[in-house]
Design a protein around this ligand. Structure first.
Ligand code: GUN
Ligand code: FE
Length: 446
């Protein structure tokens, strides 16, 4: 490092972190070691806690931030990301999604498509993802192997659907339950604590109450997470009402089947009644806000501020490929845009505060960890948590934005959130292990 002036106290601390402590963490898996060795000085404490939620400045151009958490993504839909956005949800499922997902029966194709998907997601800085696969057991196990080889932290679900689906993409209820049990067993026995099975009834329109109740029981018996879709589009709401007439609400269908627990992640949740919101809060359900998807397939505008005010756990999801972008930086931007639109369309003249960049940063890290019930392990740089982190360079080669001398650190972080991309993400760490360097994965597949 070239020193052309005497460093201030703060600069000296940064240098110590960069030259001594940072190399150390490459070999330590737990942040407790890293922080306890580093944080002897009060000044450094304040550095860790730097204004927006746990960012560590390493030099004028580099900083460390907690890894990004995608709370809702369909790995199988990555193949057609950025296309097929001309239809609303139910037609989109029928015309594009079900036919494409059905091709994952072919294991060779599944391996190829999942490898591309996971690599893209990891390079985008997503250290933890909550994935939907397809209904196919072997393909879903293949997805898990790919994630494991890359070293990403993930929840993975074999999709369940036993009604209202095309013949070529529907399961028999009994097979669906048996395959799910086999999937759960396989994953629980593979010895990777960073890979968690998640029960995945696709949504109330493609699952019978019998299937959903069986999945609820499997989840309860192993204390496992559950993920699904809820309150996404008006057409879907009408269809759920006519398919499940005996229930109080869409949420009540899931609740009666034992699917609303403190380990449940529900995507979208745009159109919920007061009673449903109260039910989610009472059950401790987490919500995945997917702003790109909600506007791209024109489902609607979710009021994230209202969710936060109610104290419902909230994280962000890309929802690839209803959402066209696999990066959580995009999800952060879109969450701000949607919140701005909600503020002037629905709350004009009120004292309504749209989400700002600090809040979306928090939602994409700590918020996501809460939704996935991983808050005790990841989400920020608290002592005792595992080191899932991104090394970001504002001045990386080919950076898509420029920084100027007048920019404060916070300005630079804002520029990264609004304008940055994987060219700025120089290194990705999961549980202290460096899994990408200069956008190249370290796994043997690459
Ligand atoms: N509802 C049921 N399945 C899906 C899906 O694959 N994507 C989205 N966005 N909503 C769904
Ligand atoms: Fe989805």
């Amino acid at each position: 490092m070239f020193i052309n002036k005497l460093p201030s106290c703060l600069e000296a601390i940064c240098m110590v972190v960069k030259m001594i402590i940072f190399p150390l963490i490459r070999h330590k898996s737990r942040i407790i070691v890293f922080i306890e060795e580093a944080v002897k000085l009060d000044e450094l404490q304040s550095l860790w806690k730097f204004s927006i939620n746990n960012v560590c400045l390493l030099s004028d151009s580099q900083f460390l931030m907690p890894g990004l958490v995608d709370t809702h993504i369909h790995a199988s839909q990555y193949v057609y990301t950025g296309t097929a956005l001309d239809l609303g949800l139910l037609e989109w499922l029928e015309k594009y999604t079900f036919p494409i997902e059905s091709t994952f029966k072919d294991l060779k194709f599944a391996e190829h498509a999942y490898t591309k998907a996971v690599h893209r997601v990891v390079k985008s800085g997503t250290t933890t993802a909550c994935y939907f696969a397809t209904i196919h057991l072997q393909g879903t196990i293949k997805l898990c192997q790919i994630i494991s080889d890359v070293g990403q932290r993930a929840l993975v679900g074999k999709v369940n659907m036993d009604c209202n689906s095309p013949d070529f993409y529907q399961e028999d209820s009994t097979d669906s339950i048996q395959d799910t049990e086999r999937f759960v067993e396989t994953l629980l026995n593979q010895g990777n604590a960073n890979l968690i099975p998640v029960l995945t009834p696709r949504f109330a329109l493609t699952c019978t109450p019998k299937l959903m109740s069986a999945l609820g029981e499997i989840a309860a018996s192993h204390n496992l997470p559950i993920q699904s879709h809820l309150g996404e589009s008006k057409g879907e709401l009408d269809a759920v009402r006519s398919m499940h007439p005996g229930y109080d609400s869409y949420s009540d269908v899931y609740d009666k089947c034992g699917l609303l627990t403190s380990r449940t992640i529900m995507a979208h949740c745009i159109y919920l009644t007061e009673d449903e919101l109260n039910l989610l809060k009472t059950r401790g359900v987490g919500v995945s806000h997917c702003p790109n998807s909600n506007t791209s397939i024109r489902s609607g505008l979710m009021d994230a501020r209202d969710m936060l005010d109610r104290g419902i756990k909230l994280g962000l999801g890309t929802d690839v490929s209803g959402g066209y972008h696999p990066s959580m930086l995009d999800a952060m931007r879109q969450a701000i845009q949607v919140s701005n639109i909600v503020s002037f369309e629905h709350h004009e003249g009120e004292n309504y505060k749209p989400l700002d960049y600090r809040e979306v940063f928090r939602l994409a890290t700590l918020g996501g960890s809460q939704v996935l019930n991983l808050e005790d392990k990841i989400g920020n740089f608290e002592v005792g948590k595992e080191f899932d982190a991104l090394l970001v360079n504002f001045e990386a080669l080919d950076s898509p934005f420029d920084v100027f001398e007048r920019d404060t650190l916070e300005d630079k972080i804002q520029k990264f959130i609004f304008l940055g991309d994987d060219r700025n993400i120089e290194e990705v760490y999961v549980a202290g292990k460096n899994i990408t360097c200069n956008n190249k994965l370290h796994c043997k597949l690459h």
